[in-house]
Design a protein around this ligand. Structure first.
Ligand code: ATP
Length: 246
């Protein structure tokens, strides 16, 4: 579905990505993990047209995304939940959600989508007319995900969704990603929380200073001593399956 080949990106003299390659197949959850400054956000910015790559290719459903404006990329079915959620605190929950559906032309479809979204995230119905500022961090994350889903993405990109959330809220949010995959949405998840991301994802890429240092399935990474010691502390730190709430 998404194929990134030898992608490079720079900010002036700072090289953020050195020729990285990875792919995401339809109906997968793929994670990109790595420490601060590894290039995770830059990777998502390049896919969504926010940062122009200095080299390499990004193809989505067989067509290049390079040079397309961000709004055209959204129309192709790719939505980003940015780091720090970036919801509009001065607007109501309802108004924040409306912003997500602006690219859907048929308004009755948009209303049906909204109803389904409120069923998925009941807390957003409870606070529908309230200011988004009243929501907790986890609830704001749900709002940011809901807003992205209202653009009807086939590929959902998430930048550090666990950041600043209590463990119980991380369970709730990560459970949503498994459910989304079951409804046909493909997920590319960027996380510093490697333990949680690897446990959830079908496959994971480890980025280190702008390069793919390791890649594999959960079980392959479990067997990779490097990964376990550098990113998780020990091999026992990767659960064999993701069990939200356990
Ligand atoms: P974090 O979790 O801290 O966001 P990250 O893995 O997402 O880290 P990036 O934000 O993609 O990493 O940063 C990759 C590199 O590019 C880092 O060296 C960072 O300092 C640099 N960088 C990122 N954004 C900019 C910018 N706007 N201007 C200059 N350098 C930048």
């Amino acid at each position: 579905m998404l194929k990134v080949e030898r992608l490079s990106a720079r900010y002036g003299r700072v090289i953020a990505l050195h020729s990285i390659s990875f792919e995401v197949n339809e109906h997968e959850i793929v994670a990109i993990v790595g420490p601060n400054g590894a290039g995770k956000s830059t990777t998502l910015a390049a896919i969504t047209g926010i940062v122009a790559p200095s080299g390499g290719s990004i193809s989505y459903e067989g067509e290049s995304l390079i040079g397309l404006a961000p709004e055209r990329i959204v129309r192709r079915g790719i939505a980003l939940v940015p780091e720090g959620r970036q919801i509009f605190a001065s607007l109501s929950v309802a108004e924040n959600l409306q912003l997500g559906s602006t690219s859907v032309e048929d308004r009755s479809d948009a209303r049906d989508d909204l109803e389904r979204t409120l069923e998925r995230f009941p807390i957003l119905r409870t606070y529908y007319r309230s200011s988004a500022a009243k929501l907790s961090g986890g609830e704001q994350q749900q709002l940011a995900i809901a807003r992205a889903l209202l653009s009807r993405p086939r590929l959902l990109l998430l930048d550090e969704p666990s950041l600043g959330l209590a463990p119980i809220m991380i369970d709730t949010v990560f459970e949503t990603f498994s459910e989304l995959r079951d409804t046909g949405v493909t997920v590319l998840l960027v996380e510093q929380n490697a333990t949680r991301a690897v446990a959830l994802a079908d496959r994971t890429y480890v980025l280190r200073t702008g390069r793919v240092a390791l890649e594999g399935t959960r079980d392959e990474l479990r067997r990779t001593a490097d990964f376990a010691t550098e990113y998780l502390g020990s091999t026992s730190a990767i659960p064999s399956t993701e069990r939200p709430g356990s």
